[in-house]
Design a protein around this ligand. Structure first.
Ligand code: 3EB
Length: 420
């Protein structure tokens, strides 16, 4: 459980079953600026130097992966851009630095809070026990370790033709589903999704029943796409009585569209359990009332994967909600405290035991990588103060994003790892 903090890069190296994994967060070495090319008049008003900022980010990522021996093992990479129009430049530089790719890569239209043009979160595996099987597509990686097969997928989007938030979300989900099938995985094996939706709190359309928000339409598409799927039934402990859905993040983005990333598993070992976690202080999202979303958001508050002496918890996007009510509207400090309280209650030993996961304990200190989505950049200082106090040297990436209820100012997700 080693955490290393450098100027523009923080990372942790921790067990992945009997193998090892690394989570790494990187930003530009500096927020380099340059004069615009058309500054013939010499106005001297500088603009961000995209090339230099992106290159310095990749420099740090590559140097760290090489130094720690993870450079051949990236399974997922998330890149955040202040301007999604620059994604081809990012892809081009990524290919230069990593000709073999960066696993399941997703480019997310969210601005890092640091003021740089880009940010990155990289997840890599290594160890003699890891077998990597490239997929025929550059946004999917299959890895096998400890008799568990892992699917890492990113950048699932809608085709061009579908119109409206429902159809575009459904089409993006279908493209994701097709790539599961193409790689011999099934929807019921999905443990974690990330859904980035542009303008998520804006109305999509008005019906006889009122205005439907884009996020509500996304929930309707997810409900239809999931259908009667019985998630993870083969891996649930008997104690797990609640309806099983994947862990998830549903969050805003600066684009008009929806982008999905996901992880799925298939285990060929008896001691493997996959357990959707609910929070004792929160109403399950799939039981939220219709006033919130006519079709409820079908996700679990977290997903614990455990076998042998190892347990990893995928913490869903978590906000300042208790029961099903938003708390501390307007107060970013107290919302952050409440959000971290919620995560703490989700991953602690008694909640794990409640869910049939025995012999493991964890706390905020077990979080190895965290993303904090902030609605108003001006709240950064107070939110960061709480996070620094409670998460200490955990790698954290802060981005600017809308949370799916207007009064919520912050949402936090992460990965926790604990061993017996
Ligand atoms: C909440 O608790 C906040 O739609 O997949 C958090 C995590 C939220 C995931 C999703 C939404 C989702 O309701 C919003």
């Amino acid at each position: 459980m080693r955490k290393t903090y450098k100027k523009n890069i923080t990372y942790s190296v921790i067990p992945f079953g009997a193998a090892l994994q690394m989570f790494l967060i990187a930003e530009p070495a500096e927020n380099f600026v340059t004069l615009p090319e058309d500054d013939t008049q010499g106005h001297g008003k500088s603009v961000p130097d995209w090339q230099r900022q992106i290159r310095s980010t990749f420099d740090a990522i590559r140097a760290t992966l090489v130094a720690e021996g993870f450079d051949a093992g990236v399974v997922m990479s998330n890149f955040y851009l202040t301007d999604i129009a620059m994604k081809e430049l990012l892809r081009q530089i990524a290919a230069e630095f990593f000709p073999k790719g960066l696993g399941a890569m997703t480019i997310i239209p969210q601005a890092p809070v640091s003021g740089g043009v880009c940010g990155a979160e990289i997840w890599a595996l290594k160890g003699r026990k890891i077998k990597r099987q490239e997929s025929n597509s550059d946004n999917i990686i299959i890895a096998e370790s400890d008799s568990v097969r892992w699917f890492f997928g990113g950048d699932f989007r809608s085709d061009n033709s579908p119109v409206g938030a429902y159809n575009r979300s459904l089409n993006a989900f279908k493209n994701f589903g097709d790539s599961l099938t193409a790689n011999k995985f099934r929807l019921d094996q999905v443990i974690r999704t990330w859904i980035y939706q542009g303008h998520l709190v804006l109305p999509d359309k008005t019906t006889a029943d009122g205005v439907l928000q884009r996020y509500q339409e996304l929930n309707r598409a997810r409900t239809d796409f999931f259908g009667e799927t019985k998630f993870l039934s083969k891996y649930l402990p008997v104690e797990c009585k609640s309806t099983a859905f994947p862990a998830s993040t549903g969050i805003g983005a600066d684009d008009v569209d929806v982008v999905i990333a996901a992880v799925a598993v298939e285990a060929a070992r008896e001691d493997f359990i996959a357990v959707p976690l609910e929070n004792p202080h929160q109403t399950s999202a799939f039981s939220y009332g219709v006033n919130y979303s006519p079709q409820s958001p079908k996700f679990a508050r977290g997903m614990a994967i455990a076998f042998d002496n190892w347990c990893q918890i995928f913490v869903s996007g978590t906000a300042s909600i208790t029961d099903s009510e938003s708390r501390y509207g307007g107060d970013p400090t107290l919302q952050t405290e409440q959000t971290l309280d919620n995560i703490e209650a989700l991953i602690d030993g008694s909640n794990l035991t409640q869910h049939g996961i025995r012999g493991f304990d964890s706390s905020l200190a077990n979080l190895e990588c965290v993303r904090v989505y902030i609605k108003n950049p001006n709240d950064f200082n107070v939110i960061n103060e709480v996070c620094k106090k409670r998460l200490r040297n955990t790698p954290i990436l802060y981005t600017i994003a809308d949370v799916c209820r207007p009064e919520l100012l912050v949402e936090i997700e992460g990965f926790a790892v604990t061993v017996k």
